[in-house]
Design a binder for this molecule. Structure first.
Ligand code: SF4
Ligand code: SF4
Ligand code: SF4
Length: 302
C-alpha cells in the first residue's frame, strides 16, 4: 500500500528539502511507495490543496522550517490536522534553527535593521502588501503543536532522511541515538587543558588529533551523534548543527558547563575569544534554550 505524504516548508532555507532530493537514485526506491499529496517546493501544489484534504488523511507529514510569520503558523496547524504522523524535519523545525537567533532582539529592532537601517535601502518603509505578518518570536515547532517524530540536523543527512522515511513506511521503530559526535569521531584525544582558542583560519588543524585539543571550538562532545562525525572527518570542527543528544535540555548550557571544566583562561580572554557566544554555542537551538525564554537584549537593558 502506498503511503500518503505531505512536505511543508515554513520559514527556512530549503536545505532539508535539498537533502532529500540529494538522495538521487535512492529516492527512486521509495518514490513508488509514496503518494505525494503536498510538496510545493517540488510540485505545483497550493495551500488550498492541503486545506481541502480530510483530517488525518496524510499518513506522514514532514515539516521543514520554523514559524516566523502568521502564515507559517497556519500552515503548521493545517499539517497537524491533516497528518497522522507529523515529523519535525531538520533543526529549524525541531529547535527554531538559525532564525531563532533573532530572539535576541525585539521584532521592531529586527525590522528596523532589515528595512530601515541599511544604507542601500532607498525610500525605507515596512512592506505591507503580499507580506504575511511576523510573529514576535521564533519558537520550536513542538511548542506550537505536538509532533510524533523529531529528526534534527541542519540539514539532516540524506541518509538520516532516507532511514526515517523507510522506517515510517515499514512501521519499524525510529529512535534518535543517545551517543554524541565525539563517540563517532576517530581522532585521538588527550586529557583536555585548553589555554587558548583559535579561529579556524588561524594555523592548520592536525587531521589526526582531536580538534578541540588543538584549541578550535569543536562541539562534538555536546552534539547528538547522528551525522557520522562528518565535519571532523573533513577536518572541520563540529558546529553543533544537530542539537543536543536526547536528555540534554539546553545545548548551550551543556557546552558552557563542559568548557568550564577544561578551559584554563581568564573570563576576559574567553569573552574576547567568543565575541558572539550565543551564535557560537546555540547555532541552531537558541529559540529552544532557557536563555531565550528568560531574557532578550531589550529586556536586559531595562
Ligand atoms: S534545518 Fe538547516 S538546512 Fe534545514 S531548512 Fe533549516 S537552515 Fe535550512
Ligand atoms: S571534540 Fe571534535 S574532534 Fe574532538 S573527539 Fe569530539 S568530535 Fe572529534
Ligand atoms: S559534525 Fe557537527 S556540525 Fe557537522 S554535520 Fe555533524 S552535527 Fe553538524
Amino acid at each position: 500500500m502506498t503511503k500518503r505524504v505531505a512536505f511543508a516548508q515554513l520559514s527556512s532555507c530549503w536545505g532539508c528539502d535539498q537533502s532529500l532530493v540529494d538522495l538521487h537514485f535512492s529516492l527512486l526506491e521509495v518514490l513508488p511507495q509514496l503518494e505525494i499529496l503536498y510538496w510545493p517546493a517540488v510540485v505545483d501544489f497550493k495551500l488550498k490543496d492541503l486545506e481541502g484534504l480530510p483530517d488525518k488523511s496524510v499518513h506522514v507529514g514532514f515539516v521543514e522550517g520554523s514559524c516566523r510569520t502568521e502564515n507559517d503558523l497556519h500552515l503548521l496547524k493545517v499539517m497537524r490536522e491533516k497528518s497522522k504522523l507529523l515529523v519535525a524535519w531538520g533543526s529549524c523545525s525541531c529547535f527554531g534553527g538559525v532564525q531563532g537567533l533573532g530572539n535576541q532582539w525585539t521584532l521592531s529592532q529586527l525590522t528596523d535593521t532589515k528595512f530601515f537601517k541599511p544604507e542601500t535601502v532607498v525610500n525605507p518603509r515596512l512592506p505591507t502588501e503580499n507580506v504575511p505578518a511576523f510573529l514576535d518570536k521564533v519558537a520550536p515547532n513542538p511548542q506550537h503543536v505536538p509532533f510524533d517524530i523529531i529528526l534534527p540536523g541542519c540539514p539532516p543527512s540524506s541518509k538520516n532522511t532516507f532511514d526515517a522515511v523507510t522506517a515510517l513506511l515499514t512501521g519499524a521503530p525510529f529512535d534518535l541515538p543517545q551517543k554524541t559526535v565525539c563517540d563517532q569521531c576517530t581522532r585521538t584525544r588527550e586529557e583536555k587543558r585548553i589555554k587558548k582558542f583559535r579561529r579556524t583560519h588561524e594555523g592548520k588543524i592536525d587531521p589526526k588529533k582531536c580538534i578541540l585539543d588543538q584549541g578550535y571550538l569543536c562541539l562534538g562532545f555536546a552534539t547528538i551523534g547522528f551525522c557520522g562525525a562528518q565535519c571532523p572527518a573533513a577536518n572541520a570542527p563540529c558546529k553543533g548543527c544537530f542539537g543536543p543528544p536526547p536528555g540534554v535540555k539546553d545545548h548551550g548550557a551543556k557546552i558552557i558547563s563542559a568548557l568550564g571544566g577544561i578551559v584554563e583562561m581568564e573570563p576576559e580572554e574567553l569573552r574576547a575569544a567568543f565575541p558572539d557566544p550565543i551564535g557560537s554555542f546555540y547555532f541552531v537551538d537558541y529559540a529552544a534554550s532557557y536563555l531565550s525564554r528568560i531574557t532578550s537584549k531589550e529586556d536586559s537593558k531595562k
